[in-house]
Ligand binder design. Structure first.
Ligand code: DC
Length: 228
């Protein structure tokens, strides 16, 4: 199946499998995959490592703003980089996960990330996942998907992911972090997580990955009148 040169926006709650589906679509249809959450995670990791967030979680916003002036955050084929350092693993620890939502709620942080995401989007043939891609970053995206799944399914997925990476997760902490992030992400003032009116909802709680890709194919065929 040939998909035209479009932007695909995949938004939704944490650990609903957005990146897994986005990566599959990117691979299958030769699209560029962009993980917008990785940018917020990169900003957060840099802030933690430079003492801009203290042990109680308080963010020094003046210093954070200053740090963004020189923060060289980039996507390369093999993941997220800060300068020449590949931070793909370091941005996915529970420590970063527990501070990323408040950091991403700060308007100047969102402006910093949006500017970078827009530059990538100009190329088209892009599939981007996040919280506000279909509502704010690319409201003109031709296909918008909003992903949901039951909390216990999401917590188990995150737990398995962390274990596979050699971390030592505690289920209670993982669930607590998910709930906190759901709340902050959907209640912040700037670009809160919400479904765009024209987004298709995908609840994958009881779906296999294959069923999800078949769902996507059907949606795309219908939308563009592709007979295949
Ligand atoms: O998708 P993720 O869990 O890696 O995202 C990490 C955090 O970044 C998430 O809790 C909220 C924030 N985020 C956001 O505010 N807007 C986006 N487009 C993507 C992520």
């Amino acid at each position: 199946m040939n998909i035209p040169d479009i932007i695909i926006a995949i938004d939704g709650y944490s650990s609903t499998g957005k990146s897994t589906l986005a990566k599959l679509i990117a691979e299958e249809y030769s699209f560029l995959y962009l993980d917008s959450g990785a940018m917020y995670r990169g900003v957060t990791l840099n802030a933690l490592e430079n003492g801009i967030i203290d042990s109680e979680g308080k963010i020094d916003e003046d210093r954070l703003k200053e740090s963004l002036k020189t923060l060289d955050l980039d996507f390369r084929v093999d993941g997220t980089y800060i300068g020449d350092r590949r931070v793909e693993h370091d941005i996915r620890t529970l420590e970063v996960s527990s501070h990323v939502s408040p950091v991403s709620a700060i308007p100047f942080v969102r402006a910093f990330v949006d500017e970078r995401l827009h530059a990538f989007g100009l190329r088209k043939r892009v599939v981007m996942d996040g919280r506000d891609i279909g509502t704010t970053v690319f409201p003109e995206a031709e296909i918008k998907i909003f992903m949901v799944a039951r909390p216990e399914v999401r917590a188990q997925r995150r737990f398995d992911e962390m274990e596979a990476k050699g971390q030592n997760p505690v289920m209670e902490d993982v669930m607590k972090n998910l709930m906190e992030r759901d709340y902050i992400d959907s209640h912040r003032e700037v670009s809160p997580l919400s479904r765009a009116a024209d987004a298709y909802v995908l609840d994958n709680s009881d779906m296999t990955l294959h069923e999800e890709t078949v769902w996507f194919q059907g949606l795309t065929q219908g939308k563009f009148g592709i007979l295949e």
